[in-house]
Design a protein around this ligand. Structure first.
Ligand SMILES: O=C(O)CCC(=O)N[C@@H](C(=O)O)c1ccccc1
Length: 365
């Protein structure tokens, strides 16, 4: 297969309500969609970098620049999904940009072959249980209303964002109101090892895990924390590859891993992380980055792999968006159906895509 060029689409998706985390509040999801044009058809990719480098070092304009100047031009000549990462390896970092480009090429290849993402990745289920992420709220009553709404919608698991000053009390209130719900928390690196005893105060609430309590580079500190906090530690920002997952597991830094394909450089590396974790008996789940239906389709396929034994942040489209750029993913008894069509199994709805596209750029090869 030969790439003739890649179209970048700057997309602005207004959120239904502000989404607050320990690193800020989002009201619009700005992201890049990639359309790979090949001699065998087109493929779609989603770059999950945020507009600002507040979750990871990557950001939208940086991803566009590295795609335009380095990553896309490196894919001249014959290419397919598995050959993208090796061709891009000489460029350091930029995993979200690399992952989006690999995703678009892989989607084009799989559509041409008539193979679904799920089939290619090794999905063993045709529907997956879904979790939902709940942001930091202005008050505990507001939090309880939000959680109650998601429980009523049928979500299989609730994830609460926490930060210093909003942790033990909100978690206690949710556990007391919703005694048997699967519950976990996500700190997005907001604490330090000095907070260990404070974080141990979350142990009585029967949480599935505490996600990324410490800064991403503090692997050994997470291992120290795991000796003090009984609740399993899950890493997100710290896990950037199969190698880093193996190291973190061997160092005792995590007992669960959140796999985000954009963070690790694509769905093929995501599968390798899944396999490494499964080999160590470590549970994994598919994280979310407020993806459109394009990224959501691929995430739901990943979430169907055998080692994904915990509900992921693979919520329905209407968790964040009034209108999705694809046919919406609709929750059915707490589950989403894994797309079965060729490639991603979904394609953007032209009118909707045009309505949320603020800029396009064609990168010829
Ligand atoms: O449901 C979703 O897609 C979002 C899940 C979620 O909370 N993602 C968080 C995270 O830290 O995991 C996030 C969102 C946006 C950007 C970065 C991170």
């Amino acid at each position: 297969m030969k790439l003739t060029g890649v179209e970048l689409r700057w997309v602005e998706m207004p959120l239904k309500s502000p989404f607050r985390t320990s690193f800020g509040t989002q009201t619009v999801r700005s992201l890049l969609l990639l359309r790979a044009v090949t001699d065998e058809g087109e493929g779609w990719g989603e770059c999950v970098a945020m507009a600002d480098p507040v979750y990871s070092p990557e950001y939208t304009e940086g991803s566009a620049d590295v795609l335009r100047r380095f990553l896309v031009p490196a894919l001249t000549g014959p290419v397919d999904g598995v050959s993208v990462a090796p061709r891009l390896a000489r460029f350091h970092g930029h995993r979200m940009a690399k992952g989006a480009l690999e995703m678009a090429v892989l989607d084009a290849e799989l559509r041409a072959r008539g193979v679904s993402f799920g089939r290619e990745l090794g999905a063993v289920r045709d529907r997956v249980p879904c979790g939902v992420s709940v942001g930091i709220m202005n008050s505990i009553p507001e939090l309880l209303d939000a959680v109650g709404g998601h429980v009523d919608e049928g979500y299989a698991r609730i994830k609460l964002k926490i930060e210093p000053g909003w942790d033990v009390e909100p978690v206690r209130a949710v556990r007391e109101r919703f005694g048997d719900v699967l519950l976990q928390v996500d700190a997005n690196t907001a604490y330090t090892l000095a907070d260990a005893r404070h974080l141990a105060r979350l142990d009585p609430f029967d949480l599935l895990l505490i996600e990324q309590p410490l800064p991403e580079e503090e692997i050994l500190a997470h291992a120290e924390l795991a000796k003090i906090v009984r609740t399993p530690i899950c890493l997100d920002e710290s896990i950037t590859s199969a190698r880093s997952a193996a190291d973190a597991i061997r160092l005792g830094a995590c007992q669960v891993v959140n796999i985000k394909p954009g963070r690790v450089g694509g769905y093929l590396e995501a599968r390798r992380i899944h396999d490494v974790c499964a080999a160590h008996g470590v549970a994994v789940w598919c994280g979310g980055m407020l993806e459109t239906g394009i990224g959501r389709a691929a995430n739901v396929a990943l979430a169907a792999l055998p080692g994904c034994t915990l509900p992921g942040d693979t919520s329905a489209s209407d968790r964040y968006y009034q209108v999705d750029v694809t046919e919406p993913f609709v929750l059915d008894e707490g589950h989403l159906t894994v797309p079965t069509g060729p490639g991603l199994g979904v394609t953007p709805l032209p009118d909707v895509l045009d309505a949320v596209t603020v800029k396009t750029e064609w990168i010829p090869l």
